[in-house]
Design a protein around this ligand. Sequence first.
Ligand code: 4AZ
Length: 433
Amino acid sequence: MSLDGDTLSVIENPVAVSHPFHSEKTAGVAGAKGVQGWLKGFQSTTQVKLLLRPSSSQSPVGLGDTKETSFCNVTEDISVSDSRKVFYRISPENSLLEIQLGKLPTWLPVCYERWNSSLGTLVCRQLGYLRLTKHKGVNLTDIGPNYTDGFIQITSEQKSSLENMWQFRRSCITGKVIALQCFECGTRAKLPRIIGGVEATLGRWPWQVSLYYSNRHTCGGSIITSQWVVTAAHCVHNYRLPQISSWVVYAGIVTRSSAKTAQHAGYAVEKIIYNKNYNHRTHDSDIALMKLRTPFNFSDTIRPICLPQHDYDLPGGTQCWISGWGYTQPDGVHSPDTLKEAPVPIISTKKCNSSCMYNGEITARMLCAGYTEGKVDACQGDSGGPLVCQDDNVWRLVGVVSWGTGCAEPNHPGVYTKVAKFLGWIYEMIENY
Ligand code: 4AZ
C-alpha cells in the first residue's frame, strides 16, 4: 500500500480523570495497559497488497463518498439502516454505564439493581469489547448533581434479548448506579505528528501483526486479545496442525527486516482455528483465529483492536483504513519492507454486487472497500490483515483482507470478511479454546 504525499495524522488519547476504578493508580499514563482505552469507551499463500496513491489531491477523509463515477454507474446508498433500539455508552469521565432508550435524546444512568457480571459482559460485547473487566455500584451521592432526568432500570421479567431488558424509572431505590470497565482496545499511544506519510510508523497500527510461515511473511493479522489474533481462513487452511510450529507471529514492528532481529517480537503459535464455513471457491466466511503460546506483552506498539458494535453496519462512504506488507504493484514484484497504510471508503454491498462490480458474488459475510476508479487497494500479502474504522473514539476491526479481482483495478475494490457477522463465533472460540 502506498499513498505518498498524503497527510496522515491521528492524535488521540484522553486526559486522565478520576473515576471509580482507579483510585489506587494514576490514570491516563501513556503506558501499555493504561486506562485510556476504556475511559474513551464510547465515544494461496496469502500475501497482500497494493496500495497506490488515490487519484489527485483528494484528502483522505471523505474519499469516494457517495459520488458516482463513470466507472460504475450505481449510486451509493448512504442511508444508514440502524436497527438498534437501545444505545449504550460508558461515560469517559466517571465510567458510568449510560443508556439511551429508543429515540429519546437523553442518556440515562442505570440503577444498580438486578445487575450481574453476565449482563456486564453482554453490554461490553454490544459495544465491541471482548469482555468485562470491572463493574460496581456507585453511590449517587458520589457522582454529583448531573443525573436528574431519571434512570434506566433492569426489568424484573426474564427477557430473551438484551435490548428488552431496560425500562425507564424516575428514581433508583438502591441509590447506586452501574459503573463499568470493559477490556481496553482500539486506542493508540500518543504519537508524534506525521505529515506526508504512506509508510506507517511504529505504534500507528499497534494491532497489526505479520504472520510468518516457514520464515516468510505470508499474511497479516490483527490482535484482539493478549493471546488471540484474527486472520483470514485462506491464509491458514492449507497449512494446519502439522506445521503449526512453522508459524511465527511478529508484533510491534513496522519493518519486516526488524522482525528477525527485534527482541521478543516473534510469538509462537499454539492453535489455529479457521471458520468451518469457509468456502475456498467463493471465499465465503474467510476468517480464522490464531492462539499464541505465550501472551503478547502489550505496550505502545502492541495493542488489541476492538470488534464492531452489534447490530450496526457502517454506511457506504465511511472512511476506513487498511494496512499491510503486501505487494505495492499489481505485478507482485514489490513487497515493501515497511508497513503501508491507506484510507479506503466502505462501498455498500448493493453497489459492490451490481453488475459493474462483483455481480452478486458478495455474500452477507463480506464487505467491500476501496474506490470505483481503483488505484488504492489491498493485494497479495495483505490478506488476513485489518480493515479498521474509527467510531465512538475507538478503532474497530470491521473487515479482514480477503480477496478481490486483481489489485487496485477499476470497478474491482477489495473484498473483506465482515467481522460483525462472526462476533458470536469469535466469543465462542476464545472462551472455549
Ligand atoms: C490475495 O491474493 C488478495 N485486491 C488479497 C486482496 C485482494 C486481492 C488479492 C484485493 O491475497
